[in-house]
Design a protein around this ligand. Structure first.
Ligand SMILES: [Zn+2]
Length: 87
């Protein structure tokens, strides 16, 4: 896992390697999530690089585990992520 900075908004991010060989830019702060494979409206990247459908939670007792929120979900400049191919 590699630390970095979002080129669009300057936020601290981490690059999580995925099984497909790419790296996902995610918010640096880990988040608790509840896995909901069928109904989850949010996405979480696990430390293994798997992307799961989930809901976020603040309650460690209800959480399935901790993961990282994809930065494009929280970046105020997310439009730029979509437009730029080589970031
Ligand atoms: Zn950003």
């Amino acid at each position: 896992m590699r630390a970095g900075t979002c080129k669009s908004c300057g936020a601290a991010i981490v690059w999580i390697p995925t099984p497909g060989g790419k790296a996902m830019p995610c918010d640096a702060a880990p988040a608790y999530y509840i896995a909901k494979p069928k109904s989850g409206s949010k996405r979480i990247v696990t430390p293994n690089g798997e992307v799961l459908a989930c809901e976020y939670t603040e309650d460690p007792h209800r959480a399935t585990g901790t993961g990282f929120i994809p930065h494009w979900a929280t970046c105020p400049q997310a439009d730029r992520h979509r437009r730029r191919k080589n970031g």
